[in-house]
Design a protein around this ligand. Structure first.
Ligand code: GDP
Length: 445
């Protein structure tokens, strides 16, 4: 079961609480059974699922709730808290320090996405203003250096490696020393990733680690490996004592349960997730927003950061409006216009709270078509309507009919856009204002 399905299943189980005339032990058990079943199908470790179930039951204790208390809210909160706990080991990941060379060492199995992730990570920090560099200490895999070189060149990140030197420890050390001398802030060392059975791999990791003394060792793990995640993470934890995890390939068909189990098995936090093959496809991971997003609640920090990272905030008027908590249909139109220019669409749309899953369904191309259709409908609105907050449509259904006719679509589709707009608009109101998120954008990771 992929993450979005898991979120939907949990949501629908929780919705059963609303449907039940009386919430008793039996109803709670049925809800928990559905939630636990969904978690198991997503490859979350059975012990963790059992623990979640017991903790929720303990936290809620239905007979004690008595009448009058909003049982549904209490149960929902207990479930959410336990879901957060699943992905939050309570350990703080390493935060790079200014005016010092921060050394990151990446470890993980071959094919996990290590080399790709090294460049994504370097680029992420570069976009945040850090001076980053890459070192390729993978002398085992033919072509590893070429791959890193290619990625790094594309991302305009300085790199170090060798076609002739066969000692990975020597290369790692030379590279790190060189970039340290050149006053780089973040130096990312890519290591080899042969099969975990090979004791030499672990030995090599230890030697590189002893030589470069990383501030942070990051375990890069394939998010699609399901149940095997736990054992693999444990083996790497013992050998390399990594401090944090990057879970790759969380786009597509990753179930995500493996990731959750890996966190619990190693008590190490996930710091980023890889969401595609491209440079920008790396999202910062934080437990609460992750769970909220999985449950379709969206995450405004993500949106704010995506808007900032992708330069979507280049439209001054729009940003000013948002800051003031104002948002018209035209603002939404202009956002769509920018989004379709900038891509990747799915990343931006995925970060927008309240965006229904069906808007994101299908390929990038289908998503773009959907956005274009929405814009085409809005093209049939008058200036007055576009500059409004949707009120003109509330009292005059004839306007909706006119727009539907004008754009060759249906009344239902126009209504759909208007309700979408209402959701965006209330979100923007929360983001704007003096204490709003848009006025407090995160500057550092
Ligand atoms: P390494 O052997 O661990 O260095 O793995 P690579 O960086 O060579 O990646 C292996 C494959 O996984 C490549 O085809 C990458 O493009 C792909 N890959 C890496 N990260 C992601 C991701 O987050 N999503 C997807 N879909 N593919 C990824």
């Amino acid at each position: 079961m992929v993450l979005a399905d898991l979120g939907r299943k949990i949501n629908s189980a929780l919705a059963d609480l609303t449907k039940a005339p009386v919430i008793d032990e039996k109803v709670l058990d049925a809800v928990l059974k559905d939630i636990c079943g969904a978690l198991l199908m997503s490859d979350v470790n059975i012990m963790l699922v059992g623990k979640l179930r017991n903790n929720v039951k303990k936290a809620v204790n239905v007979p004690d709730l008595g009448g009058g208390v909003n049982k549904k809210r209490i149960i929902e909160k207990a479930v959410m808290d336990e879901l957060y706990n699943l992905v939050d080991p309570g350990a703080e990941p390493y935060k790079p320090v200014k005016r010092k060379a921060n050394i990151f060492m990446m470890v993980g199995l071959q094919g996990a996405g290590k080399t790709t992730t090294c460049t994504k990570l370097a680029s992420y920090y570069q976009r945040k203003g850090w001076k980053t560099a890459l070192v390729c200490a993978d002398t085992f895999r033919a072509g590893a250096f070429d791959q890193l070189k290619q990625n790094a060149t594309k991302a305009k990140i300085p790199y170090y490696g060798s076609y002739t030197e066969t000692d990975p420890v020597a290369i790692a050390l030379e590279g790190v020393e060189k970039f340290k001398a050149d006053k780089f802030d973040i130096i990312i060392v890519d290591t080899s990733g042969r099969h975990k059975q090979e004791t030499e791999l672990f030995e090599e990791m230890k030697q590189i680690s002893a030589a470069v003394e990383p501030d942070s060792t990051i375990f890069v793990m394939d998010g699609t490996i399901g149940q095997a995640a736990e054992a693999q993470a444990k083996a790497f934890k013992e050998a390399a004592n990594f401090g944090s995890i990057i879970m790759t390939k969380m786009d597509g068909h990753a179930k995500g349960g493996g990731a959750i189990s890996a966190v619990a098995a190693t008590q190490s936090p996930i710091v980023f997730i890889g969401t595609g093959e491209h440079l920008h496809d790396l999202d910062r991971f934080e437990p609460k927003p992750f769970i909220r997003k999985m449950l379709g609640m969206g995450d405004m920090r993500d949106l704010a950061e995506t808007v900032q990272d992708m330069g979507l905030n280049s439209n001054k008027n729009l940003m000013e409006n948002i800051k003031q908590g104002q948002y018209s249909l035209r603002d939404m139109y202009e956002q769509f216009q920018q989004i379709s220019k900038m891509g990747p669409l799915s990343k931006i749309m995925g970060a927008i709270p309240g965006m229904p899953a069906d808007m994101l369904a299908g390929s990038e191309e289908e998503g773009s078509k959907r956005i274009k259709r929405m814009m085409c409908i809005m093209d049939s609105m008058t200036d007055m309507e576009l500059d409004s907050d949707g009120t003109p449509f509330q009292d005059h259904r004839s306007r909706i009919i006119r727009v539907a006719r004008g754009s060759g679509t249906s009344v239902h589709e126009v209504e759909e856009i208007l309700s979408q707009y209402q959701r965006f608009s209330s979100m923007v109101k929360t983001m704007g204002g003096k204490n709003g998120l848009m006025n407090n954008l995160p500057t550092d990771p």
